[in-house]
Design a protein around this ligand. Structure first.
Ligand SMILES: *Cc1c(COP(=O)(O)O)cnc(C)c1O
Length: 409
């Protein structure tokens, strides 16, 4: 007999989550090529047609024929997997081209691909602590889990500044030794609240104290700026940021992550980052698809204009219906529910009864008491879909007796 009852231990860990109302159930979806944002939901008893309202494929690029053709062509030309790490036979010409394209997108000398945005953040931030001995990292309190993981794993001294609070950041920077290497890590669009950092002011502050800047533009690449390089491009401050990190899995509609910046910085990370070195590189088809997607979005600003218009329209329409839209200044449309049980109740009813799929967002993704539904309208969500959504939400808010105001804008 084993002295430890492992099965009971796993069950009790799961029961703990369940008792807090935040057990996660994944929606089982069949997507249909060319019919975005429609999908078929495979429910417990039946299948039903739904409209997806919570995809991070923000611009529908995961369905763009230009991207799909490039992926098909790469499979035909080069096969399936890459066959190795980047160092050992896993660097194809597609990887090289994509890194050039990404460096160009951000106006930088060089770029480096990773298997995901999570890995890009974890691998880069953890290796920087080794590359720059004595590094002190200043990290926004709402930074993504992948940045936190990288900062922790690097074991550098770290200070957390209050979210987007530059006075607090300045106090912390001023208190650190003037001659120590320093790095300020932050995001442009914070994807749960939809607020946006003042990138120019943050960069100027960092410079004043001799710190370099690390900016996660995961929820902005493809979507902001004339060529889709992100909020730093929109704000005209791309050259003020030392390291820009992005994903190929959200607005670019494929998969993978990257950093862009100075050639020596990129070369150092390439040689030190375990999460880059010791893993099979992205398959040629993914890199070819991402390359086509980045190029396409560089040249199609009208998609970004339509995207912003759709988000503004949905915010306005929710507000007009008296629903508690949180004060987002981006393409994210969060609606406050305020507790995990109601949040799941409303989202279950939307899905099973009305064919509206929006995932409840619970702790630890957001703080307890701010559980919400997070809508991400794309250029392909038309007025008829919005009519149905707003009418249904209004009725459900009344039926489930959910608060209409509170921290609403
Ligand atoms: C999703 C996300 C990531 C991770 O990107 P993936 O490509 O999905 O791994 C990194 N940072 C932020 C802010 C994110 O929301």
């Amino acid at each position: 007999m084993n002295p430890v009852d492992y099965k009971a231990a796993f069950r009790s860990a799961v029961d703990q989550i369940r008792s807090e109302g935040r057990y996660r159930v994944f929606a089982d979806l069949k997507r249909h090529r060319g019919n975005f944002p429609h999908a078929t939901w495979v429910g417990p008893d039946l299948e039903r047609e739904v409209v997806v309202w919570c995809s991070n494929d923000y611009l529908g690029q995961g369905q763009n024929p230009v991207v799909l053709d490039a992926m098909h062509a790469a499979i035909d030309a080069a096969g399936s997997g890459s066959g190795g790490t980047r160092n050992i036979s896993g660097t194809t010409h597609y990887h090289v081209e994509l890194e050039h394209e990404l460096a160009d997108l951000h106006g930088k000398d060089a770029a480096l691909l990773f298997t995901s945005g999570y890995v890009a953040n974890e691998a880069t931030l953890s290796s920087l602590a080794r590359i720059l001995p004595g590094l002190i990292i200043f990290s926004d309190s709402e930074n993504h889990a992948s940045m936190i993981a990288g900062i922790r794993n690097g074991k550098a001294e770290r200070h957390i500044f209050r979210h987007n609070d530059l006075d607090h950041l300045e106090k912390l920077l001023a208190a650190a030794p003037a001659d120590a290497p320093k790095l300020v890590a932050f995001e442009s669009v914070y994807s749960m609240d939809g607020d946006i950092a003042d990138i120019g002011a943050t960069a100027a502050l960092a410079k004043k104290y001799g710190a370099i800047t690390y900016l996660d533009e995961v929820h902005a690449v493809g979507m902001y700026g004339l060529r889709g390089a992100g909020v730093a491009e929109r704000d005209g401050v791309m050259d003020q940021i030392d390291i820009i990190e992005g994903t190929l899995g959200k607005a670019f509609g494929v998969m993978g992550g990257y950093i862009a910046g100075d050639v020596d910085m990129v070369d150092a990370v390439r040689l030190y980052a375990a999460g880059f070195i010791f893993t099979t590189s992205l398959p040629p088809a993914l890199t070819a698809g991402a390359l086509a997607s980045v190029k396409y979005l560089k040249a199609h600003n009208e998609l970004r204009i339509r995207h912003q218009e759709r988000a503004e329209t949905l915010k306005r329409r929710f507000k007009e219906a008296g629903l508690p839209v949180m004060p987002s200044v981006s393409h994210i449309v969060p609606v406050l529910v305020g507790d995990p049980v109601h949040c799941k109740l409303v989202s279950d009813a939307l899905l099973a009864e009305h064919g509206i799929y929006v995932q409840p967002i619970n702790y630890p993704t957001v703080p307890k008491g701010t559980e919400r539904l997070r809508f991400t309208p794309t250029p392909f969500h038309d007025d008829t879909m919005m009519d149905h959504l707003v009418k249904t939400m209004d009725a459900l808010w009344t039926r489930c007796n959910v608060k209409r105001h509170g921290m609403a804008a």
